[in-house]
Write a protein that binds this ligand. Structure first.
Ligand SMILES: Cc1cc2nc3c(=O)[nH]c(=O)nc-3n(C[C@H](O)[C@H](O)[C@H](O)COP(=O)(O)OP(=O)(O)OC[C@H]3O[C@@H](n4cnc5c(N)ncnc54)[C@H](O)[C@@H]3O)c2cc1C
Length: 417
C-alpha cells in the first residue's frame, strides 16, 4: 500500500445514507474534541440532489432522532423538509379498528432522498470528502484497506460498511471478511394523490394492517402532504401481492378516491421494491472494518425507526474508532456493548413478530382490538409495537400483564360464545 505512517488516520465509509453521513459527522466532531488529525471519505453512488434517485423508505422520522442529531452531531433536524406530521396510528383488524395515540412529539413524514441529501451535504460542509463513485471490491492488508471503485481506488486505515441492504456490496464484503448479511423482509411501496379535500379529511394517523394473507406480514397507509404512501412487507412480497392488498375491502375502505388514482400524477400507483433487515448480520466487524445501520442488521427486528438506528450506530462506530481503535477486539469490547440495547431486544422483537403473524392468521386481531379498547395497558403495548417508540421487552411486559391477558381472554370467549 502507498500510505505513509505519519499521515492522519483515514476512515473510508462505504455508503452515504443516514448511517454513513452520521458516522462521518461524528468522526469529525469527536476528532476536533480530542485534537486528533483524521481524514474521512464517504463513497456514495446515488445522487440525492435533484431527487434523481428514489429511496423506498416511507420517511417517517421520530424521537429521539432530532435530539440525537442536534446533541451528538451538532446538525439541526431539517424541520423545513416536513411533508406531514403524524400524531398516531389506526390499527385495522377485519372488522374492528382502533386509534392509538402516544404522549410523544408527533413524528415527521418527509421525502427520504431530501433527508439523505441534507445529511450528506452537512457532512461535506464539516469537511468530509464525498466521492460520487460505486465501490466494486475491496482488499484488507496488514497496514490498511483498499476499496476499488468504478473510478480510482481509495486507500484508508479502516473501512466502515454503511451500504444498507445493497446485495452487490454485501457480496464483495462476504468474500473478503466472512461477513453474512442480515436476513431480510421485502417490501413494495406505492403512492397516489387522492386530492386536497380527501387528504385533509384523512387526518394525521398512519393506518396499519395485519392481513390474514399468508404472504403479507403487515401493510401501512401513510399521509404525506399531498399524497398517501402505501407499503406492504413480508418474506417475499411482489407486485401481484400489492395489487391483492389494494383490493382488500378493509384497505379499500381506508383509501379515499382510490378510483381517481393516476388522474393527478402519472407516477401514481407505480410500484417500488425494497428490503429491510430482520436479524443481526454475522461478522459485522473485524480487524479494520465495522458495519453500521442496515448493513449490520442493527435495527429493531420487527418494525420501525431504521433511520434512528442507522444514525445511532454510525455515532457509536465513530466513538469506538477514535476511543478504542479499529481492531476486532476494540469493536468487540466497545462497539458491540454500545449496541446492546438493540441487540438484547432482538429476540423479543422476533418472538413478537411470530406471535402477531399467528394471531393475524387465526383471525384473532379483532378480539385483541376489542380487548385493548377496555384495557389501557394493552393499548399502550399496541401503540409501542406499531410506533416503534418502546422496546419489545416493554411491549411484552405490557401485553403479558394479568389485566391485558384477562381482557384478551374475555374478548376471545365472548366471540366464541
Ligand atoms: C419500505 C421501507 C420503508 C421504510 N420506512 C421507514 C420509515 O418510515 N422510518 C424509518 O426510520 N426507517 C424506515 N425504513 C428503514 C430505513 O430506510 C433504513 O433502516 C435506513 O435507510 C438505513 O440507513 P443506512 O444508512 O444503513 O442504509 P441506506 O439508507 O440504505 O444507505 C446506504 C447507502 O449506501 C449506498 N451504497 C450501497 N452500496 C454502495 C456501493 N457499492 N458504492 C457506493 N455507494 C453504495 C447506497 O446508494 C445508499 O445511499 C424503511 C425501509 C423500507 C424498505
Amino acid at each position: 500500500m502507498n500510505r505513509n505512517a505519519s499521515e492522519s488516520l483515514h476512515i473510508v465509509i462505504l455508503g452515504g445514507g443516514p448511517a454513513g453521513s452520521a458516522c462521518g459527522l461524528a468522526l469529525l466532531k469527536l476528532a476536533t474534541q480530542i485534537d486528533r488529525a483524521v481524514k474521512v471519505t464517504i463513497l456514495e453512488s446515488k445522487q440525492f440532489a435533484g431527487e434523481r434517485h428514489y429511496n423506498q423508505c416511507v420517511g417517517v422520522l421520530s424521537t429521539p432522532l432530532p435530539d440525537l442529531m442536534e446533541r451528538e452531531l451538532l446538525v439541526p433536524f431539517p424541520t423545513d423538509l416536513t411533508q406531514a406530521l403524524i400524531t398516531g396510528y389506526t390499527l385495522h383488524g377485519d372488522r374492528e379498528e382502533l386509534p392509538l395515540e402516544g404522549d410523544d412529539e408527533p413524528s415527521v413524514a418527509l421525502r427520504r432522498v431530501k433527508y439523505d441529501g441534507y445529511m450528506l451535504e452537512s457532512a461535506m460542509k464539516r469537511g468530509v470528502e464525498v466521492l460520487p463513485v460505486r465501490a466494486t471490491s475491496l482488499e484488507f492488508h496488514e497496514d490498511g484497506v483498499i476499496v476499488y471503485t468504478d473510478s480510482a481506488p481509495v486507500e484508508g486505515d479502516v473501512l466502515v460498511g454503511a451500504f444498507g441492504m445493497d446485495e452487490g456490496s454485501a457480496a464483495f464484503f462476504s468474500r473478503q471478511a466472512k461477513y453474512k448479511p442480515p436476513q431480510a423482509l421485502s417490501s413494495i411501496v406505492t403512492k397516489y394523490h387522492p386530492g386536497t379535500e380527501a387528504m385533509d379529511a384523512f387526518g394525521k394517523h398512519i393506518h396499519a394492517f395485519l392481513p390474514k394473507h399468508p404472504r403479507i406480514e403487515f401493510g401501512g397507509i401513510t399521509p404525506k402532504g399531498d399524497h398517501l404512501t402505501i407499503n406492504i412487507a413480508g418474506r417475499n412480497v411482489d407486485a401481484p401481492l400489492m395489487s391483492a392488498f389494494l383490493k382488500q375491502p378493509v384497505v379499500r375502505e381506508a383509501l379515499p378516491n382510490f378510483e381517481m388514482a393516476r388522474q393527478y400524477d402519472a407516477d401514481d400507483l407505480r410500484y417500488y421494491k425494497g428490503r429491510f433487515p430482520c436479524s443481526l448480520a454475522r461478522n459485522y466487524y473485524g480487524d479494520r472494518f465495522v458495519m453500521i445501520g442496515d448493513a449490520a442488521g442493527l435495527v429493531r427486528s420487527f418494525k420501525g425507526k431504521g433511520v434512528t438506528a442507522a444514525v445511532q450506530t454510525g455515532i457509536r462506530a465513530a466513538e469506538t474508532i477514535l476511543s478504542a481503535g479499529f481492531s476486532r477486539a476494540a469493536f468487540d469490547d466497545h462497539y458491540r456493548s454500545a449496541n446492546e440495547d438493540l441487540i438484547s431486544d432482538m429476540s423479543y422483537g422476533q418472538t413478537m413478530r411470530s406471535v402477531v403473524i399467528l394471531m393475524a392468521r387465526a383471525g384473532m386481531l379483532d378480539a385483541v382490538i376489542r380487548a385493548a379498547r377496555k384495557e389501557p395497558r394493552l393499548r399502550r403495548a399496541l401503540f409501542g409495537a406499531v410506533s416503534g417508540h418502546e422496546s419489545y421487552r416493554t411491549v411484552w411486559g405490557d401485553s403479558l400483564a394479568p389485566a391485558s391477558l384477562t381482557a384478551i381472554l374475555g374478548a376471545v370467549l365472548k366471540r366464541t360464545s
